[in-house]
Design a protein around this ligand. Structure first.
Ligand code: PAF
Length: 287
């Protein structure tokens, strides 16, 4: 049975009575199969002698004005049921005062220029909010290992920097877990539930654009041209507004001329912003 903890005092008591390595999965709830994959990965990391803890906290500091903080789905009972089915030992679902007490200074982290690129350019300050809460929750839960989905690829790249930025996390390992897709190909996301049935069908061009860019690069089309074709394909698709289609190195630097890389896509369908990405192999320009 999964234990549900709401306060830091309850969390402290639980930490004191458990033993072995601790795997932590950070979430904002509205859990889906992608989160379950993270829970399984955390269990694989710590084994049966360790414990897996899932946090459910909709972090206000990573939402900008006018974003979906207030309407973000809050489904704690369903989330706990999913955690129980996945063999999670504990859920920590604090309220905002437990995470950010008024009488405590919460350290913030400067993640560098990558935080102002792509998602950061569209959502200013987002990654400072993410890194702050990730560091905070990993410290509170005393995580030995934490698993993050590749769906939020830029987030994963940035949180991997935390052990250098926060000495208390120097020993925590960050594990990336591949995207889990629904049967129709859409990448799993808590925000998919905002989509109407029609928008859901329209959104399928997003994973198709990832495939398209992958195929072009594998065929020897230069990355910049593949990006343009991908963007053109998405921007002429009904109901879709493109934010970006880019090819980058695996660490989100400039795209290499040849070799392994990543395509990242962000687009809006109706009022819902969706992200997708995938590994690609750039074959290099054909002679
Ligand atoms: O990816 C998310 O759901 C959030 O950004 C995270 C990591 C739980 C921090 O609030």
């Amino acid at each position: 049975m999964t234990v549900v903890l709401h306060t830091r005092a309850e969390l402290r008591a639980w930490l004191d009575r458990t033993r072995g390595p601790r795997g932590v999965v950070l979430t904002m709830g509205a859990l889906h199969d992608g989160h379950v994959a993270l829970m399984r990965a955390a269990r694989a990391e710590v084994g049966d002698a360790g414990t897996v803890l899932v946090t459910v906290f909709v972090n206000p500091t990573q939402f900008g004005p006018g974003e979906d903080f207030t309407r973000y789905p809050r489904t704690l009972d369903d989330d706990v049921a999913r955690c129980t089915a996945a063999g999670v030992d504990a859920v920590f679902a604090p309220d905002v005062h437990e995470v950010y007490p008024e009488d405590e200074e919460v350290p913030t982290y400067d993640p560098g220029p990558l935080a102002d690129d792509l998602e950061g350019a569209i959502r200013p300050g987002h990654f400072v909010g993410v890194l702050t809460v990730v560091a905070r929750l990993l410290r509170l839960t005393e995580a030995d290992v934490t698993c993050f989905g590749e769906k939020d690829y830029q987030q994963l790249a940035l949180v991997r920097r935390l052990p250098e930025l926060e000495p208390a996390l120097a020993q925590c390992r960050f594990v990336g877990v591949p995207i889990v897709r629904d049967a129709d190909g859409l990448a799993g996301s808590s925000r998919n539930r905002y989509l109407t049935a029609e928008e859901r069908v329209q959104a399928l061009v997003i994973p198709e654009s990832v495939r398209l860019v992958r195929e072009l690069c594998a065929d020897g089309i230069p990355a910049a041209q593949a990006e343009r074709v991908g963007r053109g394909f998405l921007s002429t698709s009904p109901g879709v507004t493109v934010d970006y289609v880019v090819v980058r190195s695996e660490t989100l630097g400039p795209a290499p001329v040849a070799g392994p890389a990543r395509v990242l896509v962000a687009a809006r369908v109706g009022t819902t912003r969706l992200l997708d990405n995938g590994p690609i192999e750039i074959r290099g320009v054909r002679p």
